[in-house]
Design a protein around this ligand. Structure first.
Ligand code: DC
Length: 230
């Protein structure tokens, strides 16, 4: 049976990460956090003191490191790097890596290979547009800049990294601009994606809404394959 992919895209702080994990759990799908891949390449580049504008060096790292997802954990070359890839120095530098076309092309290919192994909910910026344009269900999660920043502050404070709201808003604006203006894989709603604004919804409500959308799509798929005799 054909593998199913739910593609979830949207800006930083729209809630993709938590929503993706919970939704995957509800559907019995696996989840793929593609931002963690760009973060992994960035972390290794920083550790190796690579010039982040040196695309050839970044591509070499992307193709040579082994990134393994083990539930919530991210292992780079066997080392647990789950926390390190979310440190502020990586967050500040990752856009530079994510705009390198050859890094993107390698990682998109890796995402497709991973997702071919089962049913997946994949989150990122280009999942519905570039990585999985034929996905049967595409979601574009949005929230106002203030709501997104407030969520980020709460998230960082929970992980013991308190930060001012103003600082987060400033960094977020910069990241949004970098994510939506780069030449390849830029943050963009796919034409056939369903936009879900999350400002006035709790996490549980967002997950319930998305689960409803996905289950309806699965039902439609079943009906159309029955009609077509597949
Ligand atoms: O979702 P995140 O904050 O972990 O993403 C980290 C960075 O990677 C962010 O700058 C956007 C970029 N990214 C991307 O360009 N394409 C993806 N599919 C996922 C993330």
């Amino acid at each position: 049976m054909e593998k199913m992919i739910v593609a979830i895209d949207g800006p930083a702080g729209a809630g993709k990460s938590s929503v993706t994990r919970l939704l995957a759990d509800r559907l019995g799908f696996q989840f793929l956090d593609t931002g963690a891949m760009y973060r992994s390449v960035t972390l290794v580049a920083i550790e190796q003191e690579i010039d982040l504008l040196d695309e050839t060096a970044l591509q070499k790292i992307a193709t040579e490191i082994e990134i393994v997802f083990d539930g919530e954990e991210v292992l780079i070359n066997g080392n647990n790097s789950t926390t390190a890839i979310r440190e502020p120095n990586v967050t500040r530098s990752v856009a530079c890596v994510a705009k390198a076309p050859s890094v993107r092309s390698y990682l998109v290919d890796l995402q497709r290979r991973i997702a071919s192994q089962g049913d997946f909910v994949c989150e990122g910026r280009d999942q519905g547009t570039v990585a999985f344009p034929d996905s049967f269900c595409k979601i574009f999660l949005t929230a106002s800049p203030k709501a997104r920043a407030q969520r980020r502050v709460a998230q960082l404070s929970l992980s013991g990294q308190p930060v001012e709201l103003e600082v987060v808003i400033r960094d977020q604006k910069l990241r949004d601009q970098q994510d939506s203006t780069r030449k390849v894989g830029r943050l963009m709603k796919a034409k056939d994606a369903i936009e879900v604004p999350t400002d006035d919804l709790s996490l549980v409500q967002v997950v319930a809404a998305l689960e409803g959308i996905v289950r309806q799509r699965i039902e439609n798929k079943r009906e159309s394959s029955t009609v077509n005799g597949q």
